[in-house]
Design a protein around this ligand. Structure first.
Ligand SMILES: [Zn+2]
Length: 469
């Protein structure tokens, strides 16, 4: 854009300001430093035609207006506004290149455009708006959240819900000669820029009147936001001069965006759990509740038989007691595959896996109680798989360290379970079986058999002390 156009544009704004509509400055909040040649028109993807902005203004002002098929809008003027229009009681306006049958054109610098913008900011220099369709009430919040959750044998409700309005700013700037569309620049309540994505998600591009009572914003806050907006606008221009200032906005709208903070409370029996939520009301989505014990995120809550609330997906029934518990609290019986509480099981010393107590039998050789699935021909897996070891095997050496008499035997085989060593020595005439506790090295069984026999005969206490000494 050339300097010539800027000068022309400024002249137009000046002309606007001195028009005969008792203009009050549209933006008392904006700093009124004298225009310089550096004023730039901000760039923004949020654009609309002047006509569209003015039609929106007619709607926001709640004027008695009607639009016909050709897009002519007829405004029936309130009594108090008629003097400004030479006593007319209605005005017809259009956006076509020439007024034709209409009285006025929907242009920013025409009398109707100036009159509408003037009326928009009549009270405190800004127009108050809010995104259309944002949740407004606690009822709206419930409607949005409640369908997502279910609670077995219980209930849930809002345990607190606070809705607050936060001021965003929309600054509207006149376009350029090449692109006469007006451009909107948005400012967040903290003075930061608002991403295009957030503009769309919050509905800042579809505004309706804020309604009564209008939320309050103090002048200092407004001035600060407007200043931030001007800086954002200057940065969003195509001019690369860091000292550049934007043109004066045509219109400043305070856009009240509703924020919601609250808690959902889920109750089953005596117990309750909470889920806090916080965010822009329009973006409010049901979030899953995270169970403390299982860690599962869910929208479906239930309780165990002892009353603890958790995810319904994590509930399971003990197949021994019928108790409703968390899946993670059950173990699988390695024999029956039943899901049961650990209290009904014990750990098989050979497999290291739990099995129902009723599913244990004693091994005929080592006499350990092992899960039945581990027994074959009366022997546990350890006894079936005794492996040859040298006499200096550390495990064997440890056992012999305690029971010296065993050193007299040769040709050893050994296996171990979680709790015992099972060792067998094959002598010329006899075989010896010794089962020793791994921790205490106490002898659990000492037996002998013929050279080729597996019929073990327990030794007497006297024989035992002789054999071991
Ligand atoms: Zn055994």
């Amino acid at each position: 854009m050339g300097g010539q156009w800027r000068a022309l544009h400024l002249a137009r704004l000046t002309c606007l300001a001195s028009a005969g509509f008792h203009p009050r400055p549209c933006h008392p909040a904006v700093d009124s430093s004298p225009p310089s040649a550096d004023l730039v028109v901000p760039d923004s993807p949020h654009r609309e035609s002047a006509e569209s902005l003015l039609r929106w203004a007619i709607g926001v002002l709640d004027l008695d207006a009607e639009t016909d098929d050709q897009g002519h809008v007829t405004i029936r003027l309130p009594e108090k506004d008629r003097p400004a229009w030479n006593g007319k009681d209605e005005i017809t306006a259009t956006d076509s290149g020439s007024a034709g049958n209409a009285d006025e054109l929907l242009t920013l610098d025409g009398p109707l455009g100036r009159w509408l913008l003037e009326k928009l900011v009549a009270s405190d220099g800004v127009v108050h708006a809010r995104p259309s369709g944002q949740p407004i009430s606690v009822g709206d919040v419930s409607t949005r959240l409640f369908p997502a959750y279910s609670v077995d044998n219980g209930q849930f409700h809002l345990a607190g819900c606070q809705l607050t309005d936060h001021p965003f700013l929309r600054l509207t700037f006149a376009g350029t000669e090449e692109d006469p569309n007006v451009r909107h620049v948005f400012v967040a309540p903290d003075g930061s820029t608002v991403s295009d994505e957030l503009v769309a998600r919050l509905g800042l591009d579809r505004l309706e009147p804020a309604g009564k009572p209008t939320p309050r914003i103090d002048e200092a806050a407004l001035r600060s936001l407007a200043g931030a907006g001007r800086r954002i606008a200057a940065k969003n221009s195509t001019v690369r001069d860091p000292a550049a200032q934007s043109t004066e906005p045509l219109l400043t709208a305070v856009v009240w965006v509703r924020h919601v903070d609250g808690r959902l409370q889920f109750e089953i029996g005596e117990n309750s759990e909470e889920l806090a939520f916080s965010g822009w009301a329009r973006l409010l989505e049901p979030k899953p509740w995270k169970a403390r014990r299982s860690g599962r995120e869910t929208f479906h809550l239930a309780a165990t038989d002892d009353g603890a609330i958790d995810a319904a997906e994590e509930m399971a029934v003990c197949q021994q007691s019928g108790r409703r518990v968390l899946r993670q609290d059950l173990v699988t019986c390695s024999v029956t595959e039943q899901q049961v509480l650990p209290e009904f099981t014990e750990k098989c010393p050979v497999t290291g896996r739990p099995a129902l107590r009723s599913e244990f039998s004693a091994c005929e050789q080592c006499r350990q109680r092992v899960s039945r699935s581990n027994l074959q021909g009366g022997l546990c897996q350890a006894c079936r798989e005794l492996a040859p070891v040298r006499k200096d095997d550390p495990r064997l050496a440890w056992v012999m360290g305690e029971h010296r008499g065993l050193e007299r035997w040769n040709r050893w085989r050994l296996a171990e379970t979680e709790t015992v060593y099972i060792a067998r020595a094959d002598g010329l005439l006899k075989r010896l079986l010794v089962v020793v506790d791994k921790e205490s090295l106490a002898v659990r069984r000492l037996a002998t058999a013929g050279r080729f026999s597996s019929d073990w005969v327990d030794v007497t206490p006297t024989q035992q002390s002789e054999l071991l000494r």
